[in-house]
Write a protein that binds this ligand. Structure first.
Ligand SMILES: Cc1cc2nc3c(=O)[nH]c(=O)nc-3n(C[C@H](O)[C@H](O)[C@H](O)COP(=O)(O)OP(=O)(O)OC[C@H]3O[C@@H](n4cnc5c(N)ncnc54)[C@H](O)[C@@H]3O)c2cc1C
Length: 421
């Protein structure tokens, strides 16, 4: 083999570092011939064991060496990059042309664009800009038999056949391997304001979100909420307050400031801090700290769920009753209230770990009853691969299985990932 390869972990597991799509295709053909499983690896920031090898005979395709930005086309607002390019590198390349790639998550200096697309990443600005699927203009993928399909595209309007590349977005590498991407850029807004706001009520927070969304839809980029328990760890104080991080971006300086101040005063929201330079933001650094605190303080039972915005209030009421009746569970909730996705994490009393299944069933059942999604982020990986069968309508589940059988008849690509084979 000519690829840079390295043997790791168990004896028959190999990590390969291809440099281009042709090498990926050759690796796939090699794995078919010698009956290896294939596992694409990005920055390994998913938390669902999506990059955990399960079989002795596995080739891990590590995209570290496919990290090249091929073109930034500022006339067509398209950036084309190999799938191992870091999200941060894409953001910087866009910024250098005074453009914006509007997908952003905390580990942007670790995760890759291939991994982001495979998990259909959202992030801190999903409220305004949507998930990454809304910023893809085309993909190149390698199928399980080694065929390279090129759907890369710079056109804004192209209906010459269905957009088949969409199948590979959010499918965690089980339908094919993403090798290159054409991504959409947009003009950058000139001014940024980030507010840290305190309030004593979830319902008031939801009312504020609705007010801001209706009035400033184009400018409201983030609306994050931190519940009282994580707030108390973050700000080292015993508190019953919710904290909100609200970000507004605009081309006209200050057109919203007076309005906001009036609304906050009238509705008794306390403004704790306002910042205008995102690159040196203390507020956003606190938001990152929140994620690390959940591990530090053992809130490790995680549920990344999303609900329609009007369902959160009743959901939280039911969770509060549940934790009152089951004191072994302590909630640590925070997240992207703006797009309906909260991280509902819990600490479970160490002697009661066996009750995690009981907790999962409660949260997932309640999520489905509330018309929500049990997987808003990270994908399903191996950890949550039982959920599709349990909670999707059976017709949908069978359709995904059939599609998998058609695209990957020998189950070489991520067997048991997403759903159990
Ligand atoms: C601190 C933190 C914050 C996060 N915040 C958010 C957030 O705000 N919003 C959100 O949506 N998500 C968030 N995530 C999760 C996020 O979806 C993933 O971390 C990220 O998108 C995965 O990228 P990666 O390169 O690390 O992929 P990996 O973790 O390496 O892989 C993820 C999956 O994609 C597959 N894969 C990787 N590369 C390819 C490829 N080229 N072709 C096909 N399949 C491939 C892998 O096999 C695996 O199944 C967060 C994660 C962390 C750790």
């Amino acid at each position: 083999m000519k690829f840079p390869i390295k043997t790791i972990r168990k004896s028959a597991q190999i990590t390969a570092f291809p440099k281009n799509s042709l090498e990926v295709s050759k690796l796939v053909k090699f794995s078919n011939k010698y009956k290896f499983h294939i596992l694409p690896i990005g920055g390994e920031t998913n938390r669902v064991d999506g990059t955990k090898p399960q079989f002795e005979k596995t080739i891990l395709i590590d995209f570290k060496k496919m990290n090249r930005i091929e073109e930034v086309d500022s006339d067509n607002f398209i950036i084309t990059a190999q799938s191992g390019t870091l999200l941060k590198t894409i953001q910087k390349a866009a910024n250098n042309k005074k453009l914006l790639f509007p997908v952003n998550i905390a580990p942007s200096d670790k995760c890759t664009i291939g991994g982001n697309i495979s998990t259909n990443v959202g992030g801190l600005q999903t409220l305004r800009y949507g998930n990454i699927e809304d910023h893809i203009n085309g993909l190149e993928v390698v199928l399980s038999d080694g065929t390279i399909l090129n759907f890369l595209n710079k056109l804004k309007k192209d209906n010459f056949g269905p957009k088949l590349w969409k199948l590979f977005c959010g499918s965690e590498g089980v339908f094919g391997i993403i090798t290159r991407a054409s991504l959409k850029l947009i003009p950058k807004k000139k001014y940024n304001s980030t507010y840290l706001i305190q309030t004593n009520s979830l319902n008031k927070s939801i009312r504020l979100l609705k007010f801001l969304r209706n009035k400033y839809f184009d400018n409201l980029t983030s609306f994050e909420i931190i519940f009282p328990i994580p707030s108390s760890y973050l700000f080292n104080e015993s508190t019953h307050h919710f904290n909100l991080i609200i970000e507004i971006q605009s081309n006209i300086i200050g057109n919203y400031k007076k309005d906001l101040k009036k609304y906050f005063n009238l509705n008794k929201f306390k403004i704790d801090k306002i910042e205008h330079d995102k690159s040196k933001s203390w507020i956003w650094s606190k938001r990152e700290e929140l994620v690390y605190n959940q591990i530090k303080y053992n809130f490790t039972e995680k549920f990344d769920i999303s609900l329609p915005i009007d369902k959160w209030s009743v959901f939280i009421k039911k969770v509060n009753t549940f934790v009152k009746d089951n004191k072994i569970f302590t909630p640590y909730f925070f997240g992207h209230l703006g797009d309906g996705n909260l991280h509902c994490n819990f600490k479970v009393h160490p002697n009661s770990k066996k009750n995690c299944a009981y907790l999962s069933k409660f949260i997932y059942d309640l999520t489905i009853q509330s018309e929500g999604s049990v997987a808003a982020e990270h994908g399903l990986g191996l950890k949550k691969n039982y959920l599709l069968k349990k909670y999707k309508p059976s017709e949908n589940y069978l359709f995904i299985k059939k599609l998998k059988k058609h695209l990957d008849p020998n189950s070489r690509l991520g067997k048991n990932k997403l759903f159990q084979a």
